[in-house]
Design a protein. Sequence first.
Length: 299
Amino acid sequence: MSILYQVDAFTPTPFSGNPAGVVLTADHLTDAQMLAVARELNNSETAFVLRADAPDHDVRVRFFTPTTEVPTCGHATVAAHFARAVEYALPSGPLVQKTGTGLRQRVRVDRDGERVRIHMHQGVAAFGPELNGPQVERLLRALGAAPGDLSGDGPVQIVSTGHAKVLVGLRDRAAVDALRPDPAALTALSRTLDTNGFFVFARATGDARLLTWSRMFAPAIGIPEDPVTGNGHGPLGAYLLRHGIVPAPEGRLSFTGRQGAAMGRPGDVRVDVHTTTAGEPDVSISGTAATAFRTELPI
């Protein structure tokens, strides 16, 4: 049997933030069983923790939505290593995880008594194409937004730190909260753009502690709306730095973004970006987490 956790990521408070299933010691499970567990839990992602299969990493983690495997996931990474830290009483320290697609990522556990924070190095961001005028108009219609809702600070652009998102800047928090997306239209647009996530954000948050306020939609992979998205906030940090939208002394930017309020599950992601010697934005994210429940998986 495997141990199953339900972990709420990017929050210290159970039943807020982004829930993720975490299956520890999942080596005996088949792909079909992993997908069945993910479908049963019906979280946006479930993480399956497996033994390392080479000396260049400490642990393998595979991520499944209710409909498919995905290459990486920010909130489920936080959840997976939080669950490991709790279950095995792990001390603070670094490790390397290998994902199902072979991507290796640095992770760090920071423990302060019972409080555990997980840091995830997402790496250098890759910048894809900027959407053209007709594509932006189509996207705004699919989101339930109007052209006047755009912030105008930067392009609508595809950016990735392992799982690409379309980044869309709106004028303020109210415009983000007012979105009423059309899942079928977003799914069709996903096929056209060859990316599945639409990360919509504003910098007018109404809270001095928060730089950004956001929502994320990915119906093409079974996620109508995701509460708090690590693989959206990381690309967002790189985007803000690359386009000079936020002051970044010495090529460094650190901020907190909030997501999930529209779903009644608010959570906060810490984002840290620095410019490499090659001039590229290198991204890390971090967050706390809370256990919703722990049980045994009967397979």
